[in-house]
Write a protein that binds this ligand. Structure first.
Ligand code: ZN
Length: 75
């Protein structure tokens, strides 16, 4: 099956993603997925407890999810 830019293809998590780029040898495609994907964990200072110096503020980890991520997929 010949793939074209604009076709739908599965992203690594199985969503319906759109092909935005195809390599010249047609072995790699880039797909952009409109669904949310786990992106990274960031540490944020917890300022809910007053009275502690900045150094002693506990940090909490927050998960960041991103939409419209682009994946390169070898086909
Ligand atoms: Zn996806």
């Amino acid at each position: 099956m010949e793939l074209k830019v604009g076709d739908f293809y599965k992203c690594p998590e199985g969503h319906k993603a759109k092909i935005v780029w195809i390599s010249r040898d047609k072995e790699v495609v880039a797909v952009r997925c409109p669904n949310k994907h786990f992106s990274k964990i960031v540490k944020v200072a917890d300022h809910s407890k007053p009275g502690l110096s900045y150094r002693h503020h506990p940090t909490e980890e927050r998960k960041i999810y991103a939409k419209n991520m682009v994946f390169l997929i070898k086909i």
